[in-house]
Design a protein around this ligand. Structure first.
Ligand code: PLP
Length: 380
């Protein structure tokens, strides 16, 4: 008996995660360290166990999206460096200082507001908007930007430790987009170098995300903000990533019922599927409330004993039906919605492509109802 309800669950392979950290480290230059992006509960993989595993693998820098997540990482890894990439309401300035969290600075006004809300120093990295159009200081020239950062660094309550930016199209391989990213990269490098010339030597300069690490690595990023590739998925499927990277999450469920359906009978809500011939249909204990998208209705495939079986009819909230006419399936059998079974593998990226989205959304969307089961894979 397993210590969790054997209905729908996600298996998180900590050995694959460790493997991915080693692979990413081998891709980085000598002066670049991993900053593990563990926002959104480590992309749905489970923040606590993932952060612990990363810490034990030598990762020292972590990035999250907000203060609540930062405090969770602080509990998981008391010694870690934790950066909040997004907004923290300025009235929580003191909480940042109290928990030794580094805040990303979204604008100059924001920096001064933060400083007014703390009696201790707040550590920060200044975000520069070089073309993502989301958050950060925005200037026409690197020198104007550097001058403003010098002013911020003179603010008594702020410890400016780094600058960073985020690329919009680092996952694209066409000339125009490569030039766009080149311009973004040049801007932040110029800001950093100008700051150094003006006497402000910052410990950190970072701009690499998973796509940058994969397709245009730069020795100058002191931290590489590795997100999706650490979990073994692609920034831009089907563009390839290093084939040594392995997907960390598998999604499993069980067959609750198998029955014969005659030609002409209908399956599931809306009667969108009518059996074209006599079929064996199995019901599976997972649905869209578990984060398995309803957009996969009649399109997705599921591995049963290593063979692909097509979903028939609409995915329901807690259950779905598959065609098992070609495999011998019985109640209680485990099926694989994401992951390997036999020689075949269904990836979150593959499901995302069917739903016109990205693998990120698939793994982040696996709901709270699905227990995460952490294990070391047998292959290692
Ligand atoms: C989420 C995020 C990342 C990680 O992106 P991946 O594509 O998953 O590597 C890096 N930097 C910032 C600012 C982010 O918000």
């Amino acid at each position: 008996m397993k210590p969790y309800l054997k209905r729908a669950w996600a298996e998180i392979s900590l050995s694959d995660l460790r493997n991915n950290v080693n692979v990413i480290n081998s891709m980085l230059g000598a002066n670049t360290e991993i900053m593990a992006v563990v926002k959104a509960d480590a992309y749905g993989h489970g923040e606590h166990q993932v952060s612990r595993c990363l810490w034990e693998s030598g990762v020292r820098h972590f990035a999250v999206s907000n203060l609540d997540e930062a405090i969770e990482v602080r509990k998981s890894c008391p010694e870690a460096e934790v950066l909040i990439l997004g907004y923290t309401p300025p009235e929580y300035g003191q909480a940042l200082a109290d928990n030794n969290i580094i805040q990303g600075i979204v604008s100059s006004e924001y920096a001064y507001e933060l400083a007014e809300n703390t009696s201790d120093n707040i550590r920060c990295h200044i975000k520069i908007d070089t073309g993502m159009g989301r958050i950060g200081l925005k200037y026409d020239s690197p020198s104007e930007c550097a001058e403003e950062i010098i002013r911020l660094s003179e603010c008594e309550k702020l410890s400016v430790e780094g600058v960073y930016t985020h690329f919009a199209v680092a996952d694209c391989d066409d000339e125009e987009n490569i030039e766009y990213t080149d311009r973004q990269e040049k801007f932040i490098l110029d800001v950093y170098d100008e700051l150094a010339e003006k006497g402000l030597k910052l410990r950190h300069l970072h701009f690499a995300n998973s796509a940058t690490i994969s397709y245009r690595n730069s020795e100058r990023s002191t931290l590489a903000r590795a997100g999706i590739i650490m979990y073994g998925l692609c920034p831009n499927y089907p563009m390839k990533i290093d084939n040594r990277l392995k997907s960390v999450m598998a999604l499993k469920a069980v067959i609750s019922h198998v029955k014969k359906v005659c030609k002409g009978e209908c399956i599931s809500y809306g009667r969108t599927f009518t059996a074209p011939r006599d079929m064996d249909i199995a019901t599976v204990t997972i649905g869209y409330a578990d984060g398995y998208s309803r957009l996969l209705s009649s399109k997705g495939e599921i591995l049963v004993h290593g063979k692909r079986c097509r979903i028939v009819g609409r995915v329901c909230m807690d259950q779905l039906m598959i065609d098992v006419s070609e495999v011998s399936a019985k109640a209680g059998d485990i099926v694989t919605l994401i992951g390997k079974d036999g020689d075949d593998e269904i990836t979150a990226d593959e499901l995302a492509a069917i739903c016109s989205t990205i693998g990120y959304e698939v793994v982040c969307g696996i709901s709270k109802r699905v227990p995460r089961i952490f294990h070391e894979s047998e292959e290692e």
